[in-house]
Design a binder for this molecule. Structure first.
Ligand code: UTP
Length: 290
């Protein structure tokens, strides 16, 4: 079962990045020269996804504009000998077929995913959270898609072990081993657990392959943590009737939706950059050692 569609929920209010996010979507903040959302769309495109649904809201139209053509700007760049830049701008708009739907009220991640029901229809699909950027050799969503596709299109959740203090911010999973290293069977999960409630330190970190059964499950979910419709509660409901897998993915994840995560991403992407890297490393060691 080939996975062809992805959903990127990007309708959160971004309150941890205020005041900037009062008018700029957090997904449009730049990591070096590209907005965060472009890295995520590039990851989906590199995994072979053709159709992407962006779940946005009334304050996020900068994203629709960004993935559109801008002929006047492209022609101006070409005329002034900057054809490479013009091509780069055009390429961003051609990464995938991008569709948009609005989440009219901010009622949680599960509620945002439910907006994709008509777009998805009856096939498994990928989910990439709009503020989680990955650095990986094999696109992280592709690692999950491979596990799901090998098993007839079942749910695959992207996980990594996080620290004892961090698990309270994520979904904690109860898992059992399979024959394959790094792939687990999911037995149970809980959103934002206390230390006493957590199942393990394996947390879902921003990437999922879900089956269309999630939509029926979400219809039965009552508002949970924070009064929002939690995706985790939907997955838990679905687990009653469907087998699911967790994939300990290879790669580093950056949560650009908070200041510390955004800074870490900026610094590490700059250090890896071909043009900026060496000079920036020197600059950083200079200011740290003085
Ligand atoms: P987050 O909790 O990281 O985003 O949601 P947020 O709500 O924007 O964050 P703060 O706490 O206000 O800073 C995880 C993902 O779910 C999306 C977000 O856009 C993000 O990709 N989301 C969340 C929605 O699309 N709709 C919602 O109602 C809530």
């Amino acid at each position: 079962m080939k996975i062809r569609k992805a959903v990127i929920p990007a309708a959160g209010l971004g309150t941890r990045m205020l005041p900037a996010t009062k008018t700029i979507p957090k997904e449009m903040l730049p990591l070096l020269d590209k907005p965060v959302i472009q890295y995520i769309i590039e990851e989906a495109a590199a995994a072979g996804i053709e159709d992407i649904l962006l779940v946005t809201n009334r304050q996020k139209s900068a994203m629709d504009d960004y993935f559109d053509y801008f002929p006047e700007l492209e022609q101006r760049l070409e005329r002034s000998g900057k054809a490479e830049q013009a091509e780069e701008i055009r390429k961003a708009a051609d990464l995938a077929n991008i569709f948009y739907v609005r989440q009219k009220e901010t009622k949680g991640l599960g509620h945002a995913i439910y907006r994709a029901k008509r777009f998805i229809g009856d096939e498994p699909f990928a989910v990439l959270l709009g503020d989680d950027v990955m650095f990986a050799e094999v696109p992280v969503i592709k690692q999950l898609m491979d596990v799901s596709e090998d098993r007839g299109g079942l749910t695959a959740l992207g996980v990594q072990a996080v620290s004892d203090s961090a698990i309270a911010s994520y979904s904690s999973l109860k898992v059992t081993d399979t024959e394959q290293r790094g792939i687990f069977k999911v037995e149970d999960l809980i959103e934002k657990p206390t230390a006493a409630e957590k199942f393990s330190n394996y947390a879902i970190l921003g990437r999922y392959v879900l089956t269309p059964g999630i939509f029926d499950a979400l219809e039965n979910v009552k508002p949970g943590y924070g009064g929002e419709i939690q995706l985790t509660d939907g997955i838990r409901e679905q687990l009653k009737g469907e087998a699911m897998f967790a994939v300990d993915f290879k790669g580093k994840r950056y949560d650009t939706g908070n200041q510390r995560g955004f800074l870490e991403a900026t610094v590490e992407f700059a250090l890896r950059d071909k043009e900026l890297g060496a000079g920036f490393r020197e600059y950083l060691s200079g200011i740290i050692n003085n």
